[in-house]
Design a protein around this ligand. Sequence first.
Ligand code: ATP
Ligand code: MG
Length: 284
Amino acid sequence: MFGVKEKKRVKGSDTYVDDRIPEENTGIDDEGLPVIMETAALSVIYENDCAVRQVSLPIYDKKVTAFIGPSGCGKTTFLRALNRMHDLAPNVKVKGRVLLHGKDIYASGVDPVVIRRKIGMVFQKPTPFPTMSIYDNVIAGLKLVGIRKKSMLDDVVERSLKHSALWEEVKDRLKSPGGSLSGGQQQRLSIARALAVEPDVLLMDEPTSSLDPQSTTRIEELIELLKKEVTIAVVTHNMQQAARVSDYTAFMYLGEIVEFGHTEKLFTVPKKKKTEDYITGKFG
Ligand SMILES: Nc1ncnc2c1ncn2[C@@H]1O[C@H](COP(=O)(O)OP(=O)(O)OP(=O)(O)O)[C@@H](O)[C@H]1O
Ligand SMILES: [Mg+2]
């Protein structure tokens, strides 16, 4: 459990681990709530710039956790560390631990590709392959893992598009290119693609920032529906959105978590002055 030497470099990556933090735990917090993910003293360093500083935080199972905070405070950097996206970039160091189901996703021998199937990501801008059909866009991730049986793929496409609330709008044009959809539809297609591999956790980085109010409402409704089956961590600049969609909120500032707690409490009776100043629009 505590067997890793301090600052031992994980083979083949820029990851360092800290042996004061357990590599495994039970996945239940002090109040008995199921924690699907947890970070322990997680830091992310670009060159010499520490963008995320010693963040220890639970992500509760089948709940929505919102991350708010001013531009540049480290929200995206933190989210990307949750599914090992920084592995793909040179000169980024990740320290501390990220536990999924009580096990460290950065432990040696863990395949980042497997982790990214369990922890999907949706980005700020919709990311469909524009010339690929709607159908092929949904199954892009499945093909990578070698699933090719047509009946199975048909089922996945229908299920994922229904889950992302896009099915009714596209069921008669599955062969049309992904790029022929509106921005809001493209974002729901990106969500369908992320859901197709049946992740346990879905990370969303400002998923509605490029969308009109109507599409934004659809995505917010979708988040509410999806949390019955998948845990969601969502970064947003829109505080009303965080208040509407999330169960828990983390307020980040200068790479640290200033306050974390039940969304309703954080927005009505914040514990920290800094949180109060931010949510009342005094800065940021
Ligand atoms: N690839 C990178 N290389 C070097 N520094 C980076 C890189 N990406 C982000 N940073 C820096 O890390 C800090 C945190 O950036 P990050 O993108 O995580 O902030 P953010 O909270 O998501 O901001 P925003 O709300 O504007 O999206 C910033 O100071 C940023 O300049
Ligand atoms: Mg960001």
